[in-house]
Design a protein around this ligand. Sequence first.
Ligand code: MG
Length: 271
Amino acid sequence: MFGGSIELKTPEQLATMRRAGLVVARTLQRLREAVAPGVTTGDLDALARECLAAEGASSNFLGYHGFPGVICASVNDEIVHGIPGDRVLAEGDLISIDFGAVVDGWHGDAAISVQVGTVASEVAELDRVTEEALWRGIAAARLGGRVGDISHAIESYVRSQGRYGITEGFTGHGIGSEMHQAPDVPNRGRRGRGPKIVEGMALAIEPMITLGTHRAAILADEWTAVTTDGTWAAHHEHTITVTPEGVWVLTALDGGAARLAELGVPCAEPV
Ligand code: MG
């Protein structure tokens, strides 16, 4: 639960969040390209550290409640918060990489699942459903709407696609001068419920979807969240804001323009 009041950002602060978001987007693109059989999750963490240094940005993950990496690397039945280390990726794995950056005190946060070589068809479909659920949630955000509209869009899309688990105990969140702020952005919910979406709000939306259970357990490392039934999970996340011009996906290279156009939603990326 991310409590407290909701921080509303000025246009200048959102512009700085966009700079942080672009660091996140460019780094995740580099990490996606680096994923291959034989690569370790620690190799990916090292690459992310190089990217942060080259960008002159800092990490919001490193040292967060003692977290030892700049990425979370969660493989197969690991849902989120995996610690990068000497685990070697193998053909057919699904790795979820969560990454954040801070620029001039303002935060960005995003995640991608990446298929290692060729994965089982049901795993590829899980990945597709999770990413599409993220975009359905993003596309449901509008000024004057409610956070529950986002939750409902994610849940209803996932439910429409088959018998997937929507992980309980983890939600999206507000973001700004800190990585985790109010409000919670649940991945299940009802339209018209929750806080009103207003100008200056920034939200991290992040469905965590499994091939089985909605239940998660935490490993003895006190970080890694795994499915209790051993089924695999996917995780996709973006940081967004909503302006009178439309939705602005701060952690997408194109500001969300291409995917939002497919969904018929205006994008607020400045031209
Ligand atoms: Mg997040």
